[in-house]
Design a protein around this ligand. Structure first.
Ligand SMILES: Nc1ncnc2c1ncn2[C@@H]1O[C@H](COP(=O)(O)OP(=O)(O)OP(=O)(O)O)[C@@H](O)[C@H]1O
Ligand SMILES: [Mg+2]
Length: 383
């Protein structure tokens, strides 16, 4: 499936056929993955899909119903949490407010019985690596929220765990700080070289920071891959819908052509697409078609898109201006459906007027058809 599954011997951390039930409910359903040393590995999925349950099992706070967890090729199932070489960082940090920054970082090292000068060296080096050199004597209250977060993580990293388990550690921060901390966290992980297992339901966090991402849905992994794999080559409709922004249509395959398939939507609109997710869809199959906003060409002149496989005439609903990442919402005249379209970075369309007629076009290669999501699969996707 991907490059993290076929090099078993080099995994730092591995879960094999992990299952966790709560009564009849299966919260984690046969999940297997391996993480090489130094990887930034994220588990991305909607609320309630089982992310924290996996992390709690890895940390030793919860026993699996079945399956195995290995660290450096040894099963750790019989090991209590305090003896496992992993540390967990929670959404709400637990810094000691009465201690200085340096004392907070030193705390775990002292408990491990390290000598004074050794501890001082490690604390100094950690402060350098988190961009707070010389701040050891400051009180925690003198630090900003983002700085406190860095100290909380450094406090775990100095213990040199085999892996750091982070459960939505940015969840309590405001949006601007979250954006900043994404970059800071990635830098910290690079500098310490520690394996990170990072849980989030925010796809932009996962895409920006991770080497590999597992997309989780209702207890199972849909796909493990690099952020690029997931974005450009999703295996399932769920992944296509959950990772990145996309336009989506539901329809039925009417005809199989040489290069692709012809799908007709419930509104009777024909669309040309290509089969994706490793399946060749047959006539009559229900599919969901996904087209990324940046795959749609926008024009005020119909001729510009006349040679494209799929074309729509629509009216501008609004411009979502965001510098080079600006987008337009266009209402399809025929069906009333709305499309999300990326605007070229030249800014040439940023002055379009509300209600103005525009022409949209996209190729069938950019329209990926997956076996349709079941109802239960669509509820969290929010397209
Ligand atoms: N101790 C428990 N007893 C019963 N059910 C539980 C228990 N812990 C978790 N669950 C259920 O297991 C499912 C997965 O929970 P989990 O906390 O792993 O989700 P999550 O993916 O971390 O969600 P969120 O993003 O909201 O934190 C949920 O439906 C939850 O209600
Ligand atoms: Mg959780």
């Amino acid at each position: 499936m991907n490059d993290t599954t076929d090099k078993a011997a080099t995994f730092d951390l591995e879960c094999r056929n992990l299952v966790r039930r709560f009564g009849d409910f299966v919260a984690v359903d046969d999940v297997s993955f391996g993480i090489p040393q130094g990887d930034f590995f994220s588990i991305l999925g909607p609320s309630g899909c089982g992310k924290t349950t996996i992390l709690r099992m890895m940390a030793g706070f919860l026993q699996p119903t079945s399956g195995d967890i290995l660290i450096k090729e040894n099963s750790v199932l019989d090991m209590p949490p305090n003896r496992r070489p992993v540390n967990m960082v929670f959404q709400q940090l637990a810094l000691f407010p009465m201690m200085s920054v340096g004392e907070n970082i030193a705390y775990g090292l002292q408990r491990k019985g390290l000598g004074k000068s050794d501890i001082a060296d490690k604390v100094r080096s950690a402060l350098d690596r988190i961009g707070l050199p010389g701040s050891g004597d400051k009180s925690i209250k003198q630090l900003s929220g983002g700085q406190q977060q860095r100290v909380a993580i450094a406090r775990c990293l100095v213990l040199e765990p085999a892996a750091l388990l982070l459960d939505e550690p940015l969840g309590a921060l405001d949006l601007k700080l979250r954006e900043h901390m994404k970059i800071e966290l990635k830098k910290m992980q690079d500098k310490f070289g520690t394996t990170f297992i990072y849980i989030t339901h925010d796809q932009s966090e996962a895409l920006v920071m991770s080497d590999h991402v597992a997309v989780m849905n209702e207890g199972h992994f849909e796909q493990i891959g690099t952020p690029q794999d997931l974005y450009y080559h999703p295996d399932t409709a769920f992944v296509a819908a959950f990772v990145g922004e996309t336009n989506r249509w539901h329809g039925r395959v009417e005809q199989i052509n040489k290069d692709g398939i012809k799908v007709v939507t419930a509104d009777g609109v024909p669309l040309l697409a290509t089969s994706a997710g490793g399946e060749q869809h047959q006539a009559g199959a229900e599919v969901d078609i996904f087209v990324r906003p940046e795959s749609v060409v926008i024009a005020t002149d119909a001729d510009r898109v006349s040679s494209m496989d799929n074309r729509i005439t629509g009216d501008l609903v609004s411009i979502l201006f965001n510098g080079a990442n600006s987008r337009a919402l266009i209402r399809d005249r025929q069906t009333g459906g709305e499309l999300d379209v990326a605007l070229p970075q030249t800014g040439e369309f940023s002055h379009l007027k509300r209600g103005q007629e525009v022409h949209l076009g996209w190729g069938m290669a950019q329209a990926k058809a997956f076996a349709a999501l079941t109802d239960s699969g669509t509820k969290e996707v929010g397209t």
